[in-house]
Design a protein around this ligand. Sequence first.
Ligand code: FES
Length: 166
Amino acid sequence: MQYNTDNQGRRGFLVRATQALSALIGGALGIPAFVYLFTPAKSHSTGGWVDAGDISQLKLNAPEELPFRRVRMDGWKIITEKSTAWVVRLSEKEVVAYTPQCTHLGCAYHWEESKGQFLCPCHTSNFSIDGKVLNGPAPRPLDRYLVKVDGTRLLIGPEQSKTKGA
Ligand code: FES
């Protein structure tokens, strides 16, 4: 008789321990799954402004390629991307920043000092210093970033709409 009572007590303890462990595992797996399934994904872009550096030494009509880092969110991942912009001081008050890809097929172009033009090596498109197409096959002017000048610092924003042109 004593044996059965001990046995039932032990069995009851094991059943309760198994149930408690199952509940613990279910919670550990269920809560992250619930959060994943029922909370909205974050925006794909922070859309923020990035400090691209000091432009106090930037000479008039002398384009420089400035590197900068942009942070964006893709779902639950935070991605840091390195990018560049061709920055030109067109006048004392006007600074523009072009995206670094040619508007034909996206090759990296460069500033050709001797010609005073941006040249794309892939299919020989040329662009003027203000981004206009001088020689195709590029179908539109260079794309631009939104820019702000804060003192001597250049802030680069999102890319302007490709339909607006230069
Ligand atoms: S990619 Fe620049 S001209 Fe074709």
